[in-house]
Write a protein that binds this ligand. Structure first.
Ligand SMILES: C[S@@+](CC[C@H](N)C(=O)[O-])C[C@H]1O[C@@H](n2cnc3c(N)ncnc32)[C@H](O)[C@@H]1O
Length: 208
């Protein structure tokens, strides 16, 4: 991680009130649509959204899910998410503090689907691998990851990648980490040379 958790949290809290208006790129919108499309919860599914920010994904999924749990390190972003939920009367979503490697989910909460959009790239390669193992331990059916990731060579002149704060992985590294944690990669969507959506499903048990 290029900044501490506290630095990332403060950075996002500082921009929280303007965050939604600043997300006007086609690639960001495409990524949101794809994550929502592949998450595809039913009304008995509980969804965990890691790095939920102002709740773009969580609030889009809530009408179709039983419950959505949004976790983030930035209280400012979480406050925006809570305000938006109240404004539109969405009650089956809970926003609170939690990190990729410590999502702060109750032991008795069954998580069916994990999603994350434009957030995991703040972690280093090794930290992402640890986070993916924590996610796998929650035993979701599916993990849908939309994020900054490299399909080709890293290029700081292209949008979405600022080397001073971001630490994106290659698609290959993420695919390996997901399969090593027991997932099967069922879809890879390249939204941009530096943005993609990976869909990972829990591998079925092998017959003895
Ligand atoms: C670019 S925003 C994306 C927000 C939202 N998912 C979206 O699609 O609009 C990244 C979010 O990730 C959060 N974040 C960064 N590092 C995190 C971590 N280690 N654990 C949880 N959230 C983190 C930030 O606080 C920020 O709200």
């Amino acid at each position: 991680m290029k900044k501490t958790l506290e630095e990332h949290a403060d950075r996002f809290s500082d921009i929280a009130s303007d965050y939604d208006d600043s997300q006007d790129s086609e690639a960001y919108r495409a990524c949101v649509s794809l994550v929502v499309h592949y998450a595809d919860p039913s009304d008995d599914d509980t969804v965990l959204d890691l790095g939920t920010g102002t709740g773009a994904i969580a609030l889009a999924l809530a009408p179709d899910a039983k419950r959505v749990v949004g976790r983030d390190i930035s209280e400012g972003m979480l406050e925006q998410a809570r305000t938006k939920a109240a404004e539109v009367g969405i009650e089956n979503v809970e926003f609170g503090e939690g990190r990729f490697r410590d999502p702060n989910v109750d032991d008795d909460e069954d998580i069916d689907i994990v999603v994350s959009n434009f957030a995991m790239h703040h972690l280093s390669d090794e930290e992402k691998r640890e986070a993916i193992e924590v996610i796998a331990d929650l035993e979701p059916e599916r993990f849908v990851l939309g994020d900054v990731m490299f399909f080709g060579e890293p290029n700081p002149d292209e949008p979405f990648y600022s080397p001073e704060v971001d630490d994106p992985s290659t698609v290959g590294y993420l695919a390996d980490a997901l399969t090593d944690a027991g997932f099967v990669l069922t879809a890879v969507e390249a939204v941009h040379e530096q943005v993609g959506v990976l869909v990972a499903e829990r591998a079925p048990p092998v017959d003895e």
